[in-house]
Write a protein that binds this ligand. Sequence first.
Ligand code: 5AD
Length: 345
Amino acid sequence: MKTWIDSLRNEHQLPTQAYKELLTCSDADTIEYLHQQAREVSLSHFNNKIYIRGLIEISNCCKNDCYYCGIRKSNSIVERYRLSKEQILSCCKEGYELGFRTFVMQGGEDRAQSVEWVVEVVKDIRTTYPDCAITLSLGELSYQDYKKLYDAGANRFLLRHETFDSSHYKQLHPDNMSAEHRQQCLRWLKEIGFQTGTGIMVGSPFQTIDNIIDDIQFIYDLKPQMIGIGPFIPHKDTPFAKYNAGSIELTLRLISIFRLMFPSVLIPSTTALASLGNDGRLRGILAGANVVMPNLSPCDNRKKYSLYNNKAALGSEAAEGLALLNDQLKTIGYEISFERGDYSI
Ligand code: 5AD
């Protein structure tokens, strides 16, 4: 098995059967070797520096009804909000003063925040903070709309494909959504020139190891600049309330596989990972992740942007908690980088 891991590190690819064996392997030494190799690669590309991104959750209104997501349209219990342009700009101001040089605007697919409106917000941020990267995570749009956002000054876009397999995708989403369209959006984003992020939830209901292998293959072919891998966590007011959360160990294994596959790709140690276990954030970094995304949303709104239960948004998860985050990183020999942290080979 170690030979496979060495070969993934050197050739950046493995036969399907080898992925399967890695994902199902129960030998602790082998898995520690996987994480160690991934960590070495990460350290050689980024030193011990962890990029930070300020996450601004701009709206929890959504026209979609994804079965796993706490802000799905049919959840009548969520108190809905949408931030104004002024609120978003004031988050950026606070973030800039704290040292953030990337702002991530994430939200549900909220048609009341029209693309024209987002374009105006992006232009304002671009003018006020010319040295910052602007990342959007706003779901599926048309090619033309993505292009407008790019032309307005957005640099990066995050859109997880969630799962490659179309029948598994159908089990997670209502009929008006499809795996094919999601994947098309990702190809458009890359074509337009966005640094593009994709990814999956680990342990989503009905997911099989073969599904994950398809995801690995899809990501290998897409060659995204960012890969977000987080465990599924049930939300009590969704159809998936009774399902178990995904495994931290499998999430970490995938982080390491992607680090070896793409040495310079940006991989966050996700909030979902941090939310499942106290040391999740640090374990993600020790498995090869090199990005964290502290929450920069107005404090009152953070609880309302609840995709899953028990979301970590306090202490070192909060933008105001950067010093705490840095202290935690130091315990494992890493520290925050205040660079913009663009993808580069
Ligand atoms: N558990 C974990 N991750 C979730 N997401 C949405 N709902 C959940 C959940 N219940 C993830 C999706 C989405 C990202 C913004 O959050 O992968 O793409």
